[in-house]
Design a protein around this ligand. Structure first.
Ligand SMILES: Nc1ncnc2c1ncn2[C@@H]1O[C@H](COP(=O)(O)OP(=O)(O)OP(=O)(O)O)[C@@H](O)[C@H]1O
Ligand SMILES: C[C@H](N)[C@H](N)CCCCCC(=O)O
Ligand SMILES: [Mg+2]
Length: 238
């Protein structure tokens, strides 16, 4: 019945890819696992009926897991809070005229826990993104006490953003469960491999020294077909 919160050092860092690949690897280990999205902004609209689609990140998780959309997706249990504006949830919610109810998210997680052994809950953006005017993502997670999986990369600036995220997690007394290094930029011409490799080395050493219990994982650069694997996942990861 574990819940892991998958966050990242920023938006567009690869949380969705990491969540989907982690879920797939857990499934392959025989773990009954599902993913959930805290809140989806920038939702796509169904052109046939003008209604909001199932959360895009949930659809991508299922593609990466290589399973169809599940009943809990179709009834929106895995992501009820969906907003049109591709912005911070507090703004997207306000513009929609709706109110985001954090208890609804908690209740949905509990319903999923009754069905699955492990839930991977993906955030929106980074750890301190406001989900309402008065509630930061990390404060919601601190209320629930979920361990955190943090996604990072080798782009210039990642070291600082990663260490700041770790400090924020520590300040709430939460557990850093894992760091997932995403090889997101490996295909890009502008990638400086010297910087990327040094970032990996620095972060690994930093984890060893300060968070020896945390797992270090990596995900590969994926081509358009969304097929790939997280590197060897330890047994009893969740
Ligand atoms: N490993 C990867 N290989 C190839 N492309 C990647 C990889 N990781 C991320 N990307 C690219 O970066 C984009 C952003 O990644 P992703 O959607 O996973 O970010 P996110 O952190 O989940 O963002 P959000 O805060 O919106 O949820 C993807 O649409 C994809 O184009
Ligand atoms: C729309 C985007 N892709 C994410 N879903 C939301 C990112 C919110 C970031 C807010 C911020 O840090 O300023
Ligand atoms: Mg995402």
């Amino acid at each position: 019945m574990s819940v892991l919160f998958v966050s990242g050092i920023d938006t567009d860092i690869g949380k969705t890819y990491a969540t989907g690949l982690l879920a797939k690897a857990l499934m392959e280990q025989g773990v009954s696992v599902i993913t959930q999205k805290l809140v989806q902004t920038g939702i796509s609209i169904n052109p046939d009926n003008g209604e909001m689609n199932i959360a895009d990140d949930i659809i991508t998780h299922r593609q990466l897991m290589d399973i169809p959309l599940q009943p809990c997706d179709l009834d929106f249990t895995t992501c009820a809070h969906r907003y049109k504006k591709p912005a911070s949830p507090h703004l997207a919610t306000k513009l929609s005229g709706e109110t985001l109810d954090p208890d609804m998210i908690t209740n949905a997680t509990k319903r999923l826990q009754a069905q699955y052994d492990a839930i991977l809950l993906e955030g929106a953006g980074g750890l301190l993104v406001p989900i309402t005017e008065n509630l930061l993502t990390l404060d919601y997670i601190a209320e629930q006490g979920y361990p955190i999986v943090l996604v990072t990369s080798g782009r210039l600036g990642s070291i600082n953003h990663t260490l700041l995220s770790l400090e924020a997690i520590k300040s709430r007394g939460l557990i850093v469960h894992s760091i997932i290094y995403n090889h997101i930029h490996d295909d890009a011409e502008q990638t400086d491999t010297e910087i990327a490799n040094s970032t990996i080395e620095f972060l690994r050493k930093y984890l060893d020294n300060h968070y020896p219990e945390a797992h270090w994982l990596q995900i590969p650069y994926l081509k358009d077909n969304l097929v790939g694997n997280i590197e060897a996942l330890p047994e009893n990861f969740v």
